[in-house]
Write a protein that binds this ligand. Sequence first.
Ligand SMILES: Cc1ncc(COP(=O)(O)O)c(C=O)c1O
Length: 534
Amino acid sequence: MNSALQSYAENNEVNTPRTTTINKPAAGYSVTNPVPHDHPALHGSLTPPTNVPVDKILNFSPGPTSLPPAVEASVQEKCFPSPSEKRLGSMALSHRSPEFGSILRQTLAKSREVMQVPPEYEILFTQGGGHGQFAAVPMNLCPTGAETATYVVNGTWSKRAVEEAKKYCVPHVISALNDDGSCTSFPSLDTIENEINPNSEFLYVCSNETVNGLELHRLLPTLNCGVPLVVDASSDFTSKPIAWRESNVGILFACASKNIGHPGITMVVIRKDLLGRANPFTPGVLNYETNILADNVWNTIPTFNVDVVGIMMEWIGENGGIHEMERMSIAKSALVYSTIDNSNGFFGTKVDKSSEYRSRMNVPFCVAGGDETLTDLFLVECWEKGIVGLRTITPFGKGIYLRASLYHGVTYDEAVVLTNFMKEFAAKHSAPKKVEKSTSLMEISTPLFRQSLDGDRPCAEIKFSPHKEYPQYNEFAAMSSSPDDVTASNRSSFTFYSPALTLPKNMKVNQYARVSHDMFSPLGERASPPPSLR
Ligand SMILES: Cc1ncc(COP(=O)(O)O)c(C=O)c1O
């Protein structure tokens, strides 16, 4: 029994796991031990085998998810005082007590400081999550319900938002959906300017479509028509700066459970001039003005959650602030995308490499074109190593895509562990066809390589004729025994940089034969792939 099945059996007190309901991998891929369909890893289990210590669990969940370990330690220390401390933790504090008042003030102040929220904006904590705000936004900005608002729809959450909004206003939709209903882009500024209804009370965008892996890395500038922007920043808040004034942000909301805390609280930032326009039927708990006038405690605020947001904001501030958060998000996501892009098609992602909207927060990816057997095996082997959260059970179905969410709780090193495993898995399962002659896929034309200078770096350019029978193999990443030397590839040549200008002895241009061991070191040995492959 392979180790995946073994640990499944041990954890489920079964001797022989059910192996009858298995699929065969698609032609060209190899799997010797498919996994049973009822394996917990395939159903989103976040509890890997007991041999993985809890602090070694790598949680790539799309939220709720793990907070950075230092934050979790502070939460433990601050919110759960030991008996000797003679104080109560935030869970036990009355929301109107001076102790909680101080926590609330500090959380608000730190959030304002970290996110550089200008003074003309109020910060509110609400309940009801992102969905609560799907309703609250139109209720608060459309006093009669007959007003219009423009919604950019380019993914799961903006679709949901517009459906909810239909109850409280008359949405006008700018759709970025493809003909098949999928979402892989964001409309250009020109399209928005052309298609917006200028009488809109607001323009609604979701700045990171969590399910679809689409992100606006910077908010839109102020539109010509002056309509204020409403932003659902639930899954990218605190991962980049917000140009509040330049983008004419009217309202921005973020449910906490991704980058700022635990579920049960949603932060809403509202420009003061937009207050006082709520539809009279707006429930008090969702009425921005009511809650701001009551200093955030119109009703019982989730005290513990506020405390956690405050601790998280402190951590962001102490760890380089918003620009450092963005730098880390770029580094982590670039690592994952480069692993996908350089896997010779073994891994794929929804949003094309050329897109400017690839999300840094959530990277959807498929294994072997969505092959179910390989995807299942990948999930189980990840789970065995303590890599969890790649498949979440959503109301929107399972689909062929897994998703690596890279919120602040995921460190760069954890992203390295994931990508090293992805490479290892791809190398093991990429169609290991035996090629008769190792150079037969590419016909290398003479001269074999040409020495030259690229800037002041010596390089050798290798030319080959694109293969006619296997055109897909022409798009390959060059390989050598020293991956750091490889910098570029395209359809008819690749450039190889080396101080010595000699090709490594075992250099091969046959990507099939060499991809596994020459290009990437085994798990754990290499901190990151060569810079050129990021
Ligand atoms: C971008 C975005 N908006 C809204 C929501 C919905 O939030 P909630 O489940 O808190 O209602 C989510 C949830 O994942 C999300 O990612």
